[in-house]
Ligand binder design. Structure first.
Ligand SMILES: Nc1nc2c(ncn2[C@@H]2O[C@H](COP(=O)(O)OP(=O)(O)O)[C@@H](O)[C@H]2O)c(=O)[nH]1
Ligand SMILES: [Mg+2]
Length: 170
């Protein structure tokens, strides 16, 4: 890492199927995707980690599990984050879980951007989601479109104070 490079920890939140793994894979084709099976159950908890370099920034990007009951895992992964991406599938209606994630980030004072995903899909209704979160910083994306994602990511990180070891949000 170059001495004048800025470092950021960014965590992606969103429901199961919103496109978190796809987004991290598109941003970093070498990203890691780990799935852990739950004892005695059929569910898997997925974790993603990738790195993105550019514009003098060094971004560490983490995905969180999208199932409601993994609140604790989200809390642990989110520790020390500089900013967050709330990824919302624009082809599905907004539900209570998405509202919960939105409210949690807002009340914790975490700077975040709402990415409206799957805008390349027929049936995407970004304007409907936008109405629900009229106060948020919102960008339309497709997790399959690297150029679009990078532009949105740089725009967001430009608005963030850089990460300082040991002094980030807890
Ligand atoms: N067309 C389209 N499909 C997407 C997009 N983002 C994710 N998907 C698809 O949606 C499904 C769920 O995505 P995934 O990344 O696994 O969601 P996660 O559960 O949030 O990690 C996969 O089949 C992806 O290929 C997108 O922007 N456009
Ligand atoms: Mg996933």
């Amino acid at each position: 890492m170059m001495p004048d490079e800025k470092k950021f920890k960014i965590v992606v939140f969103g429901a199961f199927g919103a496109g978190k793994t796809t987004l991290i894979k598109t941003l970093d084709p070498q990203s890691s995707h780990v799935e852990a099976g739950c004892l005695g159950g059929t569910t898997t908890v997925a974790l993603d980690f990738g790195r993105v370099l550019g514009e003098g920034n060094h971004i560490h990007i983490f995905g969180t599990p999208g199932q409601e009951r993994f609140e604790f895992a989200r809390e642990v992964i989110g520790r020390g984050m500089d900013g967050a991406i709330l990824l919302v599938d624009a082809t599905s209606p907004v539900d209570d879980f998405i509202r919960h994630l939105y409210d949690s980030l807002t009340s914790a004072g975490i700077p975040f951007v709402l990415f409206l995903n799957k805008c390349d899909c027929i049936g995407a209704r970004p304007e409907v989601v936008k109405k629900e979160f009229s106060t948020a910083n919102i960008t339309r994306v497709s997790a399959l479109d690297r150029k679009e994602l990078l532009e949105a990511l740089w725009a967001f990180t430009r608005s963030l104070p850089p990460h300082r070891n040991g002094q980030a949000h807890q």
